[in-house]
Design a protein around this ligand. Structure first.
Ligand code: FES
Ligand code: FES
Length: 166
């Protein structure tokens, strides 16, 4: 067993873990962050995407111990990244609101990962082109939507965030 300490959605966590445990299993298991989905476990589908120090990573492609001392954000912590409105009870992140408004999901399995990748993009590029949005979501697969509404949602979220909604 190894002692692991890191920040999860703004809160410090400490727990013991085996060396071979994947971050996605730690999040979904002992830490109960089941919004991080697990679709393939081979780093292809993107359903397990989380932010590690603000960068999107596939949580099935790294060991839990690699999060030592770092900042992990799952979809459960996304509202906390929403700027001034994040203190309002029940407030959603602009990316979440845009996915709802644009019908950017059907079954919802890919949605947490899509939103984390989109958030990573919008933290780096304020007004991305459709080509930049598509490139940022390249590692996230959706079997339902055909992607059109997902790209529209990210575009709308970018507009909302640039307009001071966040
Ligand atoms: S479960 Fe991680 S990429 Fe599919
Ligand atoms: S909404 Fe079903 S997989 Fe994307």
């Amino acid at each position: 067993m190894h002692r692991l300490a890191f920040e999860l959605n703004g809160q410090p966590v400490q727990l013991n873990t085996e060396a071979a445990v994947l971050l996605v299993d730690l999040l979904r298991g002992p830490l109960r962050m089941t919004g991080t989905h697990q679709g393939c476990d081979t780093a292809q589908c993107g359903a397990c995407t989380v932010l590690l120090d603000g960068q999107s990573v596939k949580a099935c492609s790294m060991l839990a111990l690699q999060a030592q001392g770092r900042r992990v954000t799952t979809v459960e912590g996304l509202p906390g990244l929403g700027g001034a409105r994040s203190n309002v009870a029940g407030a959603l992140h602009p990316v979440q609101e845009a996915f709802i408004a644009c019908h950017g999901l059907q079954c919802g399995f890919c949605t947490p990962g899509m939103m984390m990748s989109a958030t990573c993009l919008l933290q780096q590029v304020q007004q991305p082109s459709d080509a930049q949005i598509e490139a940022a979501l390249e590692g996230n697969l959706c079997r339902c939507t055909g992607y059109v509404n997902i790209v529209a949602a990210v575009r709308q979220a970018a507009g909302a965030m640039a307009g001071g909604v966040r």
